[in-house]
Design a protein around this ligand. Structure first.
Ligand code: AP5
Ligand code: MG
Length: 213
């Protein structure tokens, strides 16, 4: 099964991609996580991506497309994958369609998790991520067992660098301008499924399960 998670920043793409990984045993590929890992390791890619990410802008297409096409060609993705945070522009979507077409295949589902900007801004203030393993929490919706400490690795929970209110607003503007047109793109391909992102963790997980079967 080949799945794309669509939705604005903070809509729950990463959270719900993890649920699909567990249920369907296919890898989740998050371009945001790949960039953050590269920044942490100080790689050339990380150095190039950092200034764009800190400003809430998109990293240029040419730094993203080859990376993803290469990643979905790996052995663990041969039975399918979940893309979280890619594609994010029409040229990225076209590059993905072309790469899949070359293998005689296509995306099965583009899951669009829908939320209003106001609901997103309110929710993002409560997100915490582990500095060690990158696991995501929410102070109210997904609290860790011990405040400020990751359940999985014991690392410290922090605010993500691009989660300050001003940068979140910028990311939402960029989303509406450059990423929202993908909703129509995948609607035309007949694979778009819309999900109400305000349903809560259980509600959204259940809606996704009903779609994927
Ligand atoms: P990326 O890391 O992809 O960030 P994003 O799209 O802005 O999305 P987020 O990770 O912020 O949110 P999410 O939808 O995953 O929500 P989450 O599950 O955490 O990208 C970061 C940056 O990298 C970009 O700005 C760009 O610069 C660059 N980049 C990445 N990909 C790129 C690309 N393809 N092209 C160019 N540049 C790229 O959930 C949010 C919070 O809500 C959490 O606290 C969670 O616990 C909680 N929550 C989740 N679901 C629910 C629910 N159903 N009910 C209640 N709470 C919930
Ligand atoms: Mg994410």
């Amino acid at each position: 099964m080949k799945i794309i998670m669509l939705g604005a920043p903070g809509a729950g793409k990463g959270t719900h991609a993890k649920g699909i990984v567990e249920a369907y045993k296919i890898p989740a590929i998050s371009t945001g996580d790949i960039f953050r890992q590269n920044i942490k390791e100080g790689t050339e890619l990380g150095k190039k991506a950092k200034s764009y990410m800190d400003a809430g802008d998109l990293v240029p297409d040419d730094l993203v497309c080859d990376l993803v096409v290469d990643r979905i060609g790996k052995d663990d993705a041969k039975d399918g994958f979940i893309l979280d945070g890619f594609p994010r522009t029409i040229p990225q979507a076209e590059a993905l369609t072309k790469a899949l077409e070359a293998k005689g295949t296509a995306i099965d589902y583009a899951l669009d998790i829908e939320m209003s900007d106001d609901a997103i801004i309110e929710r993002m203030g409560g997100r915490r991520v582990c500095a060690g393993c990158g696991a995501t929490y929410h102070v109210v919706n997904v609290p860790p067992k011990k405040e400020g400490i990751c359940d999985k690795c014991g690392g410290n929970l922090e605010l993500r660098k691009d989660d300050d209110p001003e940068t979140v607003k910028k990311r939402l503007d960029v989303y509406h301008e450059q990423t929202a047109p993908l909703i129509d793109y995948y609607k035309k391909q007949g694979v778009l499924r819309e999900i109400d992102g305000t349903l809560g963790i259980e509600g959204v997980s259940k809606a996704i399960k009903e779609i994927l079967g």
